[in-house]
Design a protein around this ligand. Structure first.
Ligand code: ZN
Length: 197
C-alpha cells in the first residue's frame, strides 16, 4: 500500500466498491475480492479528484511530460480516463471490442502517427486490457509512453513494458477457474464486471 494511496482504498470501502465474495474477473480469473470502481466513480467529485491525483502521479512518473491525449479501454476506463484527460487539458479516446472481440478504435476516433499517449484503466489485475490498448496505439503509429490506474491489484507484479503508476497497490489473490479454492468449496461465482460471462 502506498502512503498516498491509503485514502483511495478508504474511498472504495466507504462507497461499497470493495466487494468480498467469489467473483469471476474480466480476465476470466476467479477471486475473493472485487473492486467495483463504478461505485466510487458514480460520484463526480470523487472521479474528478482521482483523475487529478492520477495526472499528478503521472507527471511525477514521466518527469513532467503532458500527453497529446489519454486513451482507455471501455467500459471500465471511461470515467477515470476522461477525468485524467480533463486534468491534462487534452482529448480523450476509448477503445472497445469489435464483433471479433478485438480491441479497436471505433466511432471515427483516430490517432496520428507520432502522437504521445497515456493509457488509463480503472483497475489493473493482469494488465491485459491495457496491453491491448497499447497495441492499438502502436498499430496507429502513435506511442504509449506511460500508463496509470486507480488501483493495481496485482501487488505491483504487472509489467507493461512502459512506465506505470497506480494510486493504490493491493495484493488480492486470483485463481485459475480450475484451481479456485472457492469453486472447490462449491460457492457460486458471480460476475460483477461489464463483459458477458
Ligand atoms: Zn472460483
Amino acid at each position: 500500500m502506498t502512503p498516498q494511496g491509503e485514502p483511495v482504498l478508504k474511498l472504495f470501502k466507504q462507497t461499497g466498491a470493495y466487494l468480498q465474495g467469489h467473483f469471476r474477473l474480466s480476465s476470466g480469473l476467479h477471486s475473493s475480492g472485487y473492486l467495483q470502481s463504478a461505485l466510487v466513480l458514480q460520484y463526480p467529485q470523487y472521479a474528478e479528484r482521482l483523475g487529478e491525483d492520477l495526472a499528478s502521479a503521472l507527471l511525477t512518473l514521466t518527469k513532467g511530460e503532458t500527453p497529446g491525449l489519454v486513451i482507455s479501454p471501455a467500459l471500465g476506463g471511461l470515467i477515470v480516463g476522461h477525468e485524467v484527460a480533463r486534468a491534462f487539458g487534452v482529448r480523450f479516446l476509448f477503445t472497445e471490442r469489435d464483433a471479433d472481440r478485438k480491441m479497436s478504435l471505433r466511432r471515427g476516433f483516430s490517432l496520428s502517427p507520432g502522437e504521445r499517449v497515456i493509457v488509463i484503466e480503472d483497475v489493473i489485475t493482469t494488465g491485459g486490457s491495457t496491453r491491448e490498448v497499447i497495441d492499438v496505439v502502436q498499430a496507429a503509429g502513435a506511442t504509449a509512453f506511460a500508463a496509470g490506474s486507480i488501483i493495481d491489484r496485482s501487488g505491483g507484479a504487472v509489467e507493461l513494458g512502459i512506465p506505470r503508476v497506480a494510486l493504490e497497490t493491493l495484493t488480492v489473490p486470483v485463481y485459475q477457474p480450475d484451481e479456485c479454492p472457492l469453486c472447490l468449496k462449491g460457492e457460486p461465482v458471480t460476475k460483477p464486471g461489464s463483459r458477458p460471462v
